[in-house]
Design a protein around this ligand. Structure first.
Ligand code: ATP
Length: 288
C-alpha cells in the first residue's frame, strides 16, 4: 500500500466540518508534478525576524526569499544560529515574521492570528521535530489518531488512517505500544506518521535525524525519499551533508540569509566537506 492508497482508503474520513480554511491535499502536488506544472508549496518574500534578547536584539532572519515547488524535497543547511529553525517555524505557523510575506500551498500565512494559525497547522503542514514530541503514555495508534480527531475526523476513520500509516511506515505490529518502548528510529517514524495524518501540503522537519544513530538516520532518510517519491513536498533542516544529499535540492543559509541554492542534491557543509555521520553509506540510491 502506498501513501496514495492509504489516503484514498480514508478519503471519506478526511472530509471534516468547515474549519474556515480551504482544504488542500498533497495529491495536488502529485498532480501538479505529473502535469509538469510548477506550483509553489512554500514561498517567502523579504522575511525578517528579530528576537529581543538581554544584550542586544538577535536578527535571526534578515530578508529571506525562497520558493519551493510542490513535490520538491529541500534540505536547509547552515551553521548553528543562522536562522534555519526560525524560517521553518515561520512556514509551520509556529512563529510569525516581523516583516515580509509567507505563503504555504498558496495560502497567506503572514499577519494571521493564533486561532487561524492553529487551524492552519492542523490541516496544512506536518511538523517533525528532532526529539519527536510524541505523547508519552499514549499508544502509537492514538498518537496518530488524536490529531486527526482534533482535526475533525471521526474516531473510526482516524483509527483506520492511523493503522494504514503505521502499516505504511513499518510499525503495523506496534499499534498498542507506547513511545517509550520504541527505538529512536521507530519513534521518529511514529512522529512522521502523526505529521502525515491530516494529509499536509508540506512536511516540515527540523533535524529529524539529529537524535538518531546512523542506522536510524538512514531509516528516516529512506522514508523521506519514499514520501518524496510519492509526491510529498518536504522541507528538512539538517546539519548533515550526508542527510542533505538525499534531498532533491540543498539551500544554504548564513547569518539570517540564504547564501546558496542548488538542485543537485550534493550538499556540502560550510567547509565544503561531508559532515556528520555517514548515514547514506549503506542506503540504496533510490528507495521509492
Ligand atoms: N525565541 C527566541 N528568543 C531569542 N532568540 C532566539 C529565539 N529563537 C531563536 N533565537 C535566536 O535566533 C538565532 C537563529 O536561531 P535558529 O534556531 O533559527 O538557528 P538555527 O540555524 O536553527 O540553529 P541550530 O542549527 O543551532 O538549531 C539564534 O541566534 C538564536 O539564538
Amino acid at each position: 500500500m502506498d501513501v496514495r492508497t492509504a489516503r484514498s482508503r480514508t478519503r471519506q474520513g478526511t472530509r471534516r466540518a468547515g474549519h474556515g480554511l480551504p482544504r488542500l491535499r498533497i495529491t495536488r502536488g502529485l498532480n501538479a508534478r505529473e502535469e509538469g506544472q510548477e506550483m509553489t508549496a512554500l514561498k517567502a518574500r523579504g522575511v525578517r525576524r528579530t528576537f529581543e534578547a538581554e544584550l542586544a536584539p538577535v536578527r535571526a532572519l534578515r530578508g529571506v526569499d525562497l520558493d519551493v515547488a510542490r513535490g520538491e524535497f529541500v534540505a536547509l543547511m547552515g551553521p548553528s544560529g543562522c536562522g534555519k529553525s526560525t524560517l521553518l517555524n515561520i512556514f509551520a505557523g509556529l512563529d510569525q515574521a516581523d516583516e515580509g510575506e509567507v505563503f504555504v500551498d498558496e495560502l497567506q500565512v503572514h499577519d494571521r492570528d493564533e486561532n487561524w494559525l492553529a487551524k492552519f497547522r492542523r490541516h496544512h503542514v506536518g511538523i517533525v521535530f528532532q526529539f519527536f514530541n510524541l505523547l508519552e503514555g499514549v499508544s502509537a495508534l492514538d498518537n496518530i489518531a488524536l490529531p486527526a480527531i482534533l482535526g475533525g475526523m471521526r474516531r473510526k476513520a482516524a483509527e483506520t488512517r492511523a493503522r494504514d500509516l503505521l502499516d505504511l511506515l513499518g510499525l503495523g505490529d506496534r499499534t498498542e505500544e507506547v513511545p517509550s518502548v520504541l527505538s529512536g528510529g521507530q519513534r521518529q517514524r511514529l512522529a512522521i506518521a502523526r505529521a502525515l495524518v491530516n494529509e499536509p501540503a508540506v512536511l516540515l522537519a527540523d533535524e529529524p535525524t539529529g537524535a538518531l544513530d546512523s542506522e536510524g538516520g538512514v531509516e528516516i532518510l529512506e522514508l523521506f525519499r519514499r514520501l518524496h517519491g510519492d509526491g510529498q513536498t518536504i522541507l528538512m533542516v539538517t546539519h548533515s551533508a550526508d542527510v542533505a544529499s538525499g534531498a532533491s535540492r540543498v539551500v544554504r543559509m548564513r547569518d539570517g540569509r540564504i547564501i546558496g541554492d542548488d538542485d543537485d542534491g550534493q550538499g556540502n557543509n560550510d567547509d565544503g566537506r561531508a559532515a556528520g555521520v555517514d548515514v547514506m553509506a549503506d542506503a540504496p540510491a533510490q528507495t521509492s
